[in-house]
Design a protein around this ligand. Sequence first.
Ligand code: SF4
Length: 316
Amino acid sequence: MQYSHLFGPVHSRRLGRSLGIDLVPVKTCSFDCVYCECGHTTLETIKRQEFFPLKEVLSEIQNYLCRSPELDFITFSGSGEPTLSTSIGEVIRFLKHSFPHYRVAVLTNGSLLWHPDVRCDLLLADVVLPTLSSVFESTFRKIQRPAPGISVAQVLEGLERFREEYIGEIWLEVFIIPGINTSQLEMDGLRAAIERIRPDRVQLNTLDRPGTEEWVRPASPEELERIRGVLGLSGVNAVEPVRYELSAGATMTGEWSDAVARVHDLIKRRPCTLDDISASTGLSRREILKILREIQITSVIEEKREERGIFFFCPE
Ligand code: SF4
């Protein structure tokens, strides 16, 4: 079966082996972040809707999970902001009812948590991972480039309300961009907000793949450590860089056409190195290179060299 709404499992730096569920079309989001690894937002909106028939999504999930794959998490993420989908609550309920042994995570930009329906939809998730990179409107706009109608005050209010109502874990992501949100003033503001939101963890994140804007640079491990010290709160940690343990000749299982489709799907969603693809698919580098050549017959693949290696991706 070809899956339109599932991807991976991918090796996630924050969630381990994670099966992705994508409920929104590429690239539908309430933000257009300068660091986004999925490219520019083409539909920037805060209007919630059912983008795909719920039955279609549930049938894919049922088909995939009935084989009991080993997963650390099932994660709502992908091509944009998952809480824009009005199906998310129903899909989480289905997962917790039909496959209760899997942990469910939601990667969200937090922009819609002021909406009572959105908070209600996420209540059964095990972990919610919202983002907060600044409490100042001007910095928030510079980094997140929100859709009209969203202010940082609303985001903060939504996060605080969600904390009051939600008994699962909140892992707050703070995305660090050197020179943009790294001043003492920014840190003081973030510290006060974190104390009010009371997340279970704070994860300092930085650019790991090519972002949307060329000028965005990653923070060094030393800079992240400095910020951790300046924030001076317990439970704050930098997201570990990826470390793959690859066997030199991982063997391919399944049909070749399935493998080609999986690799194509991965690089359509976000730029990936050979190691990223190998960790997600179990394919050896040699096999992946062969597949990339095959994909190139019908699609454009671009390459970009970054600190972590050469990233392959399909441009929009
Ligand atoms: S990083 Fe997340 S919130 Fe920001 S534009 Fe990309 S998908 Fe949207």
